[in-house]
Design a protein around this ligand. Structure first.
Ligand SMILES: [Zn+2]
Length: 267
């Protein structure tokens, strides 16, 4: 059905005036059909608006959706547990225990499992701390605050070492991912302000930033919900806050429902 890709401009010659490069043909990131193994091609299926990987043989449409990464911010004696990665990417750099959510488990279960795998720490979830979307790479992080059931940890097979860091000693120059930088900055700010909030934000890489340039990003759509209840784990009373955010951005206030929740919006 598609038009032939053969050029009608004739054979090219090394001495010919340089012609504009042919338009880049987008390639599917699902090159072969998971169902039958045949090559896929990019096409817009009927009723759809986006290019999808469509099997050239069986016609199945394969969708590429974001992946969810789940992890734990393990608190112990005013310190947090970090793991130094034994695997690529970011070999040798520090991270929170986190990884891809598996089918069949909840986000909280996945975060606990990753913490057990990477830090051999058996934890209980305290509360959700942050959801961070990274649209450019199709990832969404959910990070939970957690505590160790017994104060015991050691490096798992994917970690070189694990260590508890005081907040002032966190190795920000040796962190593995922008998501971890953002999470820990927000956490430190909250702890120092005496009120730990739940955060949502989008991490957008700046134009021209390379994959290893962890600091060229913007934080957008930052929402934070703070508890005023004495019971931190009981999400019943949440108050609006105004002021400087984790990244020095101006905050403005807003009300939602006027009842339980008030939100902090980063402009
Ligand atoms: Zn197929």
């Amino acid at each position: 059905m598609s038009a032939s890709n053969h050029s009608s401009a004739g054979a090219s010659s090394p001495s010919a005036p340089s012609a504009p490069p042919p338009p880049a043909v987008p390639k599917s990131r699902i090159p072969f059909c998971p169902a039958c193994g045949s090559p896929t091609k990019l096409a817009v299926p009927d009723g759809d608006e986006k290019m999808r990987a469509v099997c050239s043989s069986c016609g199945r449409v394969h969708y590429e959706n974001p992946k969810m990464v789940v992890g734990c911010l393990v608190e112990h004696d005013n310190k947090v547990l970090l793991c130094r990665r034994k695997i690529e990417p970011a070999y040798g750099l520090w991270t929170l225990p986190a990884g891809y959510l598996e089918v069949g488990e909840s986000a909280a279960e996945g975060a606990s499992r990753e913490t057990l795998e990477e830090a051999c720490a058996d934890v209980e979830i305290v509360s959700p701390f942050a959801q961070l979307d990274i649209p450019l790479i199709g990832q969404s992080y959910i990070i939970f605050r957690a505590r160790m059931k017994t104060p015991s940890f050691s490096p798992g097979s994917e970690s070189l070492e694990c260590e508890l860091f005081a907040l002032d000693d966190i190795p920000f120059d040796s962190l593995a991912f922008s998501s971890i930088i953002v999470t820990l900055r927000m956490y430190i700010e909250d702890v120092k302000a005496g009120n730990i909030k739940f955060h949502y934000c989008t991490i957008n890489k700046r134009i021209g930033a390379g994959p290893s340039d962890l600091r060229s990003f913007d934080i957008d759509n930052h929402l934070a919900v703070r508890e005023t209840s004495a019971q931190q784990s009981h999400w019943s009373s949440i108050e609006l806050v105004m002021g400087e955010g984790a990244f020095g951005h101006r905050m403005a206030s807003g009300h939602i429902c006027g009842r339980l929740f008030k939100l902090l919006l980063e402009l």
